[in-house]
Design a protein around this ligand. Structure first.
Ligand code: MG
Length: 219
């Protein structure tokens, strides 16, 4: 189905809400000229933004500056509300790599006007997500992952999720209190530094090093 996420063991799960975390790596906060937020910065993408491996990112004609943001995506497996971070691992179905495709010019204009980011962050094809690695692989731990993004074969972003300002369990604790979380919900956990422009004709390759990857083109 159009909104099914695929696991690398052949299982599928229907995508629910797509939560995204902003400003979660200090070097990225620095490159954007910001400061660490007191509470998590959260925004959402509609699930129609989802794009699977081999898909085509379609930059809308009203934007002239589209950026890649390489991110770990956490997929929720069970309903949870008001959970403690020490229990968060029990609710994770798996891990994937995603790219939070961002219309930076539209986002900057929205920021200046104090408006929401939905158009800049949520347009169709703005949420590519790879196949999902089942969490059982990690024996109840929430592992650190290395992330890499190549544009036309050139390494553009490299990071490790151990450098996140707020960890995956902390994010799940927070989201489960504010929104509750449901099976199929996805969490884009923020990008490390090195965000940059993508253009028509570019080829993107993003990976959770050693686990899964996604290849995309840009139109
Ligand atoms: Mg992002």
């Amino acid at each position: 189905m159009k909104f099914d996420l695929k696991f690398d063991n052949g299982n599928t799960i229907e995508i629910g809400s797509i939560f995204c975390i902003g400003s979660n790596y200090s070097k990225h906060i620095k490159e954007m000229g910001g400061t660490k937020p007191e509470s998590p910065v959260i925004f959402l993408k509609p699930r129609a933004a989802y794009l699977e491996n081999g898909g085509v990112i379609k930059i809308p004609d009203f934007s002239n500056l589209c950026h890649h943001e390489l991110e770990l995506v956490v997929v929720i497996g069970k309903y949870c509300a008001n959970i403690d971070k020490s229990q968060a691992h029990k609710y994770i179905a798996g891990y994937a790599v995603g790219i939070d495709i961002t219309l930076r010019d539209v986002q900057n204009s929205a920021k200046q006007k104090g408006q929401p980011w939905a158009v800049a962050k949520g347009f169709v094809t703005s949420a590519p997500i790879s196949k999902v690695i089942p969490s059982e692989k990690f024996d109840g731990n929430v592992p650190d992952f290395e992330l890499r993004l190549f544009v036309n074969g050139e390494l553009k972003q490299f990071g490790n999720t151990k450098d996140m300002e707020r960890s995956v369990p902390e994010l799940i604790e927070y989201l489960s209190k504010v929104f509750t979380l449901n099976p199929g919900d996805c969490i884009f956990t923020g990008t490390p530094e090195g965000v940059g422009q993508i253009k028509k004709g570019d080829k993107l390759l993003a990976e959770l090093v050693g686990f899964t990857k996604i290849e995309l083109t840009v139109e």
